[in-house]
Ligand binder design. Structure first.
Ligand code: CA2
Length: 152
């Protein structure tokens, strides 16, 4: 039997505040609930999901680098680093893993400084504006690539 592919779910700065502040923009679901849903859905889709959150750019870069050779794909919501981080762009480009960029909010409907994403330039796909469902759709997209027999 083939080994279960590993997927890394990364969340960037301030996403640890989910469910605690600004529910009108980011919803009422906490990061812990999102991570639990990712692990459970991952299992259903035949993926071993590991989740991390950091408020530090370098820590996110290290996790991306470590995914090389250990994970089959990455789901990342880089938070505000989406719009600023060439370091995260470069790390994702270097590991060459299928990567789905997720945003809870539709960044294109918001302030113009959120319209540019450095991460989109190296992501396999981008999901924005679907809230928590975005993470689960991202896992489905990776499952179809990593376990070709997967069905929604
Ligand atoms: O829509 C998204 O998922 C974002 O990545 C969220 C980032 C924002 O900078 C991006 O432009 C779009 C911000 C995350 C902040 O999360 C908070 C959650 C609760 C309370 C305050 C901030």
């Amino acid at each position: 039997m083939a080994a279960t592919p590993k997927v890394l779910v990364l969340n960037g700065p301030n996403l640890n505040m989910l469910g605690l502040r600004e529910p009108a923009v980011y919803g009422r679901t906490t990061l812990k609930e999102i991570e639990e849903a990712c692990v459970a859905d991952g299992k259903r889709l035949g993926l071993a999901v590991t989740c991390h959150q950091s408020n530090h750019e370098g820590e996110l870069v290290t996790w991306i680098q470590q995914a090389r050779g250990t994970a089959g794909g990455i789901v990342i919501n880089p938070g505000a680093y989406t719009h600023t981080s060439i370091a995260i762009h470069d790390a994702l480009a270097a590991v060459e893993l299928p990567t789905i960029e997720v945003h809870l909010s539709n960044i294109h409907k918001r302030e113009s400084f959120r319209h540019l994403s450095y991460v989109s330039k190296v992501a396999t796909g981008v999901i924005a504006g679907l809230g928590v469902q975005g993470y689960l759709l991202a896992l489905l997209a990776l499952a179809e690539r990593l376990n070709p027999t997967t069905e929604a």
